[in-house]
Design a protein around this ligand. Structure first.
Ligand SMILES: [Zn+2]
Length: 115
């Protein structure tokens, strides 16, 4: 697993929970290797989704360990930056809470609840 960037921009917290889409025609990605609308190869998109999933899994493991809160937060930030999902945002909110970033966690929870 690659290391996530050491810090993430605050904007990563506030980006919309955008579903992944074909970079060519913007059709919603349905988990296929090829876009069903325009035929674009979506392998790179799948790699990004897998990387985000791996980082969310690593976030869970770090949170469960009980003594790797800072690592969990970095992983959760990284996952949300490359692929924002409601589940990833909840994990990030939990990592923020565990690290004592109450205001950021509260803002993110409010955002997730409104989506
Ligand atoms: Zn397409």
């Amino acid at each position: 697993m690659s290391e996530p960037p050491p810090s993430m921009p605050p904007a990563a917290l506030h980006s919309p929970s955008a579903a992944m889409a074909c970079p060519t025609c913007r059709a919603a990605w349905r988990g296929a290797v090829t876009c069903s609308r325009c035929g674009t190869d979506l392998t790179a998109l799948m790699r990004v989704a897998v990387r985000a999933w791996e980082w969310r899994q690593a976030t869970r493991a770090a949170l469960y360990a009980g003594n790797r809160a800072i690592e969990a937060l970095a992983l959760a930030h990284a996952a949300c930056q490359v692929h924002t999902t409601p589940h990833g945002q909840r994990l990030l909110a939990l990592a923020l809470l565990v690290n004592g970033h109450m205001a950021e966690a509260y803002a993110l929870i409010e955002q997730v609840l409104q989506e």
